[in-house]
Design a protein around this ligand. Structure first.
Ligand SMILES: CC(C)(COP(=O)(O)OP(=O)(O)OC[C@H]1O[C@@H](n2cnc3c(N)ncnc32)[C@H](O)[C@@H]1OP(=O)(O)O)[C@@H](O)C(=O)NCCC(=O)NCCS
Length: 174
């Protein structure tokens, strides 16, 4: 049985990562815009993209949460990822809803569409009471997605995994 379900929204397929996504996923991470927004290290390469995919698939197996690979239904294009992230970090707020798209696909509402489906899955299928989002204060585009999804800024704090800056912690309750 697949731990990561395949879901469909109006314009997207949300499916488990596959081994042959590595190049397409690295193309997403390896854009200047995504590198800057996520503060990715310069050394991040194709093998790191593969490791991230394996990390998310492993999280689905271990915890029933993870990110989905996103495909555009009309074209089959690989767009990026979105989903529910619950890493083993002592000061992580809980299950985080998040989104990363190739810049070519920004400005179409795809992150909000995938985020809404991830939140629906969290509340209806996982029976969670709340989801969080951890967003750097300068990341206005990601904050706008959170706001469109009915999330509210709870607090700003520094987390151990990223000691250089405080993250905004956004909350949406069921
Ligand atoms: C954060 C990120 C996913 C946001 O992407 P986005 O395209 O701005 O967000 P959405 O998919 O919700 O699209 C919203 C935009 O699409 C527009 N849009 C166009 N057609 C639309 C449609 N049919 N339905 C909804 N919105 C539509 C909206 O008006 C809005 O435009 P605006 O930004 O000019 O206001 C993207 O910037 C990204 O991948 N950044 C790098 C990674 C990152 O920072 N991730 C978050 C870490 S916390």
């Amino acid at each position: 049985m697949e731990a990561c379900p395949t879901l469909e929204t109006e314009r997207l397929i949300m499916r488990p990562f596959r081994d042959d996504d590595t190049d397409a996923y690295f193309r997403v991470l390896n854009t200047a815009q995504v590198r800057e927004s996520l503060h990715l290290p310069e050394t991040l390469d194709r093998s790191d993209a593969w490791q991230q995919m394996a990390w998310f698939l492993g999280q689905w197996m271990l915890r029933g949460t993870g990110h989905w690979a996103l495909e555009e239904r009309s074209t089959g294009d690989f767009l990026g990822r979105a989903g529910l992230h619950h890493p083993e970090r002592p000061d992580w707020p809980g299950v985080e809803v998040g989104w990363v798209l190739h810049p070519e696909y920004w400005g179409r509402g795809y992150a909000t569409e995938a985020g809404a489906e991830a939140i629906r899955y969290a509340f209806e299928d996982l029976d969670l009471e709340q989801v969080y989002s951890c967003i750097l204060p300068e990341n206005r585009q990601s904050q706008a997605v959170a706001q469109r999804l009915g999330m509210e800024l709870l607090e700003e704090r520094v987390m151990a995994y990223f000691p250089l800056a405080a993250h905004g912690i956004w909350l949406r309750t069921r």
